[in-house]
Design a protein around this ligand. Sequence first.
Ligand code: PHE
Length: 377
Amino acid sequence: MSPKTKSAYTVPKLKDFSTNALHKALIEAKLAFSEELLNANSDAAWKVFRDRWMARKNGVLTQINDLWLKTAPKENKREAGQLVNELKQFVEQEISRARGFVDGGAAELAVGLERLDITLPGDRRALGAEHPVIKTMNEIVGVFRNLGYSVEEGPEIETDYYNFEALNFPPNHPARDTQDTLFIANQEAKPLRERLLLRTHTSPVQIRSMEKMKPPVRVVCPGKVHRNDAPDATHSPIFHQVEGLAVDTNITFCDLKGTLDHAMKALFGSSVKTRFYPSFFPFTEPSADVQISCIFCGGKGYRDGGPCRNCKASGWIELLGCGMVDPNVYGFVDYDAKRVSGFAFGMGVERIAILKYGVDDIQLFFNGDVRFLEQFG
Ligand code: PHE
């Protein structure tokens, strides 16, 4: 048995214009239209189908108009006109609704006026990229995680106690002035140590970590810090640091040097050298600034036949502060300064990112310009 194949719908000439005959013709036309619509499931078939029904010249609707309406006897004209209009509306509405059909007959409701053009390029949704500061911060943290350090965080709004007092900054000590602190207003009624401020460094997380755990301690503390600095190419009132703290028995300055030398090589490449330059921080003794050999001139101090601008011809770039934890600090966290020793360090994330990626203005990290940020994707 062969499957029934129906021949395509042709507009019948009407002889009978009675209400019944008109309705029957209308229903047949609608059925034929609906069936053809379902089969118009490719781009090409859709175009043929649409033209077949809608073409002004000899389209099915035009034919119906000519064959049913124009030839209707006077007394049936009104009713024939109504039915032809109804059919026209039905056909137009279904065609506009079906404009959302795509290949394969998947029906989607038409949203726009035009049928979906699947050859147009799609809306591109750019993938987000890690912000260069966060990317660098994660990289630094990763280096220390690999050495067995765990990650600790602390609040950005700190008390004077954690930001200063427990870190061995006595009240009114001039070292406090070096921190350009932003204080929270209306705190004067509280005792000094409880007054709130925006933390000027991540070092308060050293204290919070030691309060929480007993030695051995090995933590890194990444985070945002604030200082009352006017923004320019090298300063920003908001920036980021990664703090490090290791406390155990028998930790020496050699451990500090070895650890930071390794970290700098991991971050900037194995040919980079480090040097420890005497410095001062109230919470470390002795203290040092760590310099790395200039990554732009290879430590030579000159480049392209002239002095290296990046290291001011010195061959060294200062990168971070560090030192052996001052025994006074252990007093604040109930560690036995006679039994334990340790080191701490703090590095500026933007500063490291600037060097790693050759960025010439720290403000670029905070302006949110996608043309800058997308380069780190
Ligand atoms: N907190 C110091 C600063 O921001 C850096 C530092 C951290 C120095 C740890 C020594 C030890 O300047």
